[in-house]
Ligand binder design. Structure first.
Ligand code: GDP
Length: 195
């Protein structure tokens, strides 16, 4: 699938801006700075496709990318900005809820978790939202090159335990490093198998 070219399609700020739900769709969610842009760039093999510096001013945008002819990769706004204005946060939460609960073509969400930090309260919020929208989600650990051995095992145990409380969580956790390229092929294969 990822041998086909990926392109930026559009940034969406309201439900009426969504492209038609006529492709297999998957989305990426994660706290700001989790490594989401780096991962999308690594997956698509296009440096700079996803902008690596998300700013609070752009938190309400849902970015659509095409992969080949039959898939949309969706970059959800990074969450967890401590100082984003409440109004901005509320607006994007509303859009996010509407998008997640109404998108027929959405096959899976990938929730990115920093391998150094594990699942935080803001990650739990998005997971709970995915539960209630009945969107199957899969945890993807990022920056695994920064955590080794026992520390990594500890984080994995925490992630496993937290995931078990979420009915929409898929049990398999994907370990990635955009820097080293680890897990990228695995994640590509998972995406290519979505139907
Ligand atoms: P985003 O805000 O979630 O889109 O995060 P970015 O992709 O912009 O990455 C945030 C920071 O983490 C940047 O400084 C990246 O260079 C760094 N980063 C991203 N992925 C990795 C990784 O796999 N390993 C390491 N060591 N650093 C990473």
């Amino acid at each position: 699938l990822f041998a086909a070219p990926s392109d930026f399609l559009k940034g969406v700020v309201a439900m009426d801006g969504l492209p038609p739900a006529d492709r297999i769709e998957l989305c990426f969610a994660g706290r700001s700075n989790v490594g989401k842009s780096s991962l999308i760039n690594a997956l698509t093999g296009r440096k700079g496709l996803a902008r690596a510096s998300n700013t609070p001013g752009r938190t309400q945008e849902i970015n659509f990318f095409t992969i080949g002819e039959a898939h949309y990769l969706v970059d959800l706004p990074g969450y967890g900005y401590a100082n984003a204005p409440l109004k901005v946060v509320e607006k994007w939460q509303r859009l996010l809820r509407q998008y997640l609960s109404g998108r027929q073509s959405l096959r899976r969400a990938f929730v990115l978790i920093d391998a150094r930090h594990g699942i935080k309260a803001v990650d739990e919020e998005i997971m709970t939202l995915l539960d209630s929208a009945a969107v199957t989600f899969q945890a993807v650990l990022t920056k695994t090159d920064k955590v080794k051995g026992k520390d990594r095992e500890k984080v994995l145990a925490q992630v496993r335990e937290k995931l078990s409380a979420h009915p929409a969580a898929y049990p398999e956790i994907v370990l990635t490093s955009s820097e080293k390229g680890d897990g990228i092929a695995t994640l590509r294969a998972i995406i290519a198998e979505l139907e």
